[in-house]
Design a protein around this ligand. Structure first.
Ligand SMILES: Cc1cc2nc3c(=O)[nH]c(=O)nc-3n(C[C@H](O)[C@H](O)[C@H](O)COP(=O)(O)OP(=O)(O)OC[C@H]3O[C@@H](n4cnc5c(N)ncnc54)[C@H](O)[C@@H]3O)c2cc1C
Length: 226
């Protein structure tokens, strides 16, 4: 095993969409301290694929404060080494080489905070954002979370049931889906996120004033440029 990595077994694999899985890990209790994390952090994986060592990072979709086991979600990239391997080849009980959590794209929750979090996600970029949303909703009862989540079509929305359940549970959470290419009747937003669509969503749907919010964005590079 490469230096800095530890062997962690896979507890559960859940197919989220036709091209994305979530993978839950059973961190041994002796290593629990090393694998404590903050919402927004990621794990780095090492695997031998076709005879070569491949290292890639995946953000936690689980929240550190809700009692969930540590979970990532991986969207298969066409021709992608690790994402294809994680979607098609690993199974429950397999042991993976994983580095402890890292990353500065984090939420540091505070019970007395009253923030407006504006979360923009595209595709697999939802993973750190749903972790941040769950954490803020649990730890900051006076804060608001607005998630704008862009996808190709309805079938490719990862965690739709979980996100809709959060929206049904918390009055201070609102989600707006936008689809590039909806398949059937779709009453929601359409098209890529641009500066204009983002401003319109913020003002009309959420009644938000830009300067008062904190922003977390995670998605493909054209979206990050917005
Ligand atoms: C901090 C961090 C956190 C991340 N978190 C997640 C996560 O939670 N979930 C997740 O699914 N991914 C996440 N990623 C992306 C992930 O690390 C890999 O880059 C991705 O899975 C592709 O790796 P691969 O080995 O399958 O593809 P590779 O073999 O590296 O690439 C194959 C081909 O696909 C292209 N390609 C690579 N990535 C993408 C992409 N995202 N979209 C389109 N084309 C691409 C490459 O240019 C290349 O042509 C994260 C990346 C970072 C840096």
């Amino acid at each position: 095993m490469p230096a800095g990595f530890y062997a962690i077994p896979i507890a559960k694999i859940n197919r989220e969409t036709s091209d994305a899985v979530s993978i839950t890990f059973d961190v041994p209790s002796l290593m629990a301290g090393q694998y404590q994390y903050k919402a927004g952090q990621y794990l780095t994986f090492s695997a031998i694929i076709d005879g070569e060592e491949v290292r890639r990072s995946y953000s936690m979709s689980s929240s550190p404060v809700t009692g969930e086991q540590i979970t990532i979600a991986v969207k298969e990239v066409e021709g992608g080494k690790m994402s294809t391997y994680l979607n098609r080849n690993v199974k429950e009980g397999d042991v993976m080489d994983i580095m402890p959590p890292m990353g500065k794209f984090v939420l540091e929750p505070s019970a007395s905070a009253a923030n407006h979090y504006f979360l923009f996600g595209g595709g697999s970029g939802i993973t750190p954002l749903i972790s941040i949303a769950k954490t803020a909703l649990q730890e900051e009862p006076n804060s608001y979370c607005y998630l704008v989540y862009a996808n190709r079509d309805e079938d490719s929305i990862i965690f739709k049931d979980e996100i809709d359940a959060l929206a049904a549970t918390y009055d201070n959470f609102k989600v707006i889906y936008t689809l590039d290419n909806p398949k059937g009747a779709w009453m929601g937003h359409r098209g890529f996120l641009t500066k204009e669509t983002v401003s319109e969503i913020a003002r009309q749907e959420l009644g938000l004033n830009y300067p008062v919010a904190q922003y977390y964005t995670c998605g493909p590079s054209p979206m990050m440029d917005v």
